[in-house]
Design a protein around this ligand. Sequence first.
Ligand SMILES: NC(=O)C1=CN([C@@H]2O[C@H](COP(=O)(O)OP(=O)(O)OC[C@H]3O[C@@H](n4cnc5c(N)ncnc54)[C@H](OP(=O)(O)O)[C@@H]3O)[C@@H](O)[C@H]2O)C=CC1
Ligand SMILES: CC1=C(/C=C/C(C)=C/C=C/C(C)=C/C=O)C(C)(C)CCC1
Length: 332
Amino acid sequence: MSGSKKLFNYKIPKPVYYGSSVAAAIGVVCLIKEWAGGETYRKKVSLNGKVVIITGANTGIGKETSLELAKREAKIYMACRDMQRCEAAREKIVLDTKNKYVYCRKCDLASLDSIRQFVNQFNKEEKQLDILINNAGVMRTPKDSKTKDGFEMQLGVNHFGHFLLTNLLLDKLKIPAHSRIINLSSVAHERGTINKLDLNSDKEYDPGTAYSQSKLANILFTKELNNRLKGTNVTVNSVHPGIVDTELFRHMGFYKSWLATIFIKPFVWPFIKSSRQGAQTVIYTAVDPELNNVSGKYFKDYKETKVSNAADDDQTAKWLWAVSEKWTRLLQ
Ligand SMILES: NC(=O)C1=CN([C@@H]2O[C@H](COP(=O)(O)OP(=O)(O)OC[C@H]3O[C@@H](n4cnc5c(N)ncnc54)[C@H](OP(=O)(O)O)[C@@H]3O)[C@@H](O)[C@H]2O)C=CC1
Ligand SMILES: CC1=C(/C=C/C(C)=C/C=C/C(C)=C/C=O)C(C)(C)CCC1
């Protein structure tokens, strides 16, 4: 028997036995990951003739969403801060989908000037906008990270940047029969509060608290924008994509450490979504015809989901809107 294992009445050489056991175990783990990651959105919805803007489209969830919408024949504007990374992603999307109507445009959400320049250029290029996906985001940026206009980086990029961008694009969104805005929020909003006395975290800064505040701001923005868009053709919803293995964790030392890589990640890996899996609910809310008249909602795993009490607060939503209008100099 040495050098072989017995299975029923067959002698299997040990290397074959152990090799196939490892392969089977890997197969099972992959199946668990596929199952835990949720269903792929497969409804055949063509976006031929539709114009889409996706912020932060060069990597992670934004890149996968761009790829999927390009397959559905949309004309896509990838609004990114790093043109080299954007071009690399665009090339791949164009090669994979054969859709040549995919463009890179500079839009640094950490600069109000850059956002205005992006919109000025877009207004010259397109008559209408059908889908705006406010996807770009940063998480747990280091202390003292500020945008060009002095906003705390996470609130600045995740909320103020998208607040200005969306408002400047509303005229173009009002042209098609139906158009949509999708705001990427997060389950992290549940831990968030809006700090009315120190919104910009100038007095005290905690990276996790500031991220949660920014993701709560995304939902409050969705709420107030939905109020203001009543009676128009434009809907606005927010999405939690799941816990997704992307570059969002770039500022979290522990996540990238050898300790986490060896002792934690192998066990949680099957339950963390890939970027493709994380993009599915975003794609669903962006394109599914059943949602043509659904607005002001928050989605998770294809389902409308309840938001936290702090996110269901009309007064704070209005307060945040007024501050955002002022700080981004929207009405200048
Ligand atoms: N991953 C997750 O587990 C979760 C993610 N989310 C949300 O999903 C969204 C997408 O995140 P994800 O794909 O995971 O993260 P990634 O870090 O992989 O992608 C974020 C994108 O945002 C871009 N971005 C960052 N700062 C700016 C800026 N100043 N101007 C323009 N673009 C910018 C990045 O560009 P660059 O490559 O140049 O840095 C990148 O393209 C975020 O809003 C995030 O909060 C919500 C819940 C969970
Ligand atoms: C997977 C994993 C971790 C957990 C990460 C979690 C739970 C992230 C949640 C992120 C959210 C909610 C992001 C976006 O909004 C640890 C503990 C860091 C260790 C390394 C592996």
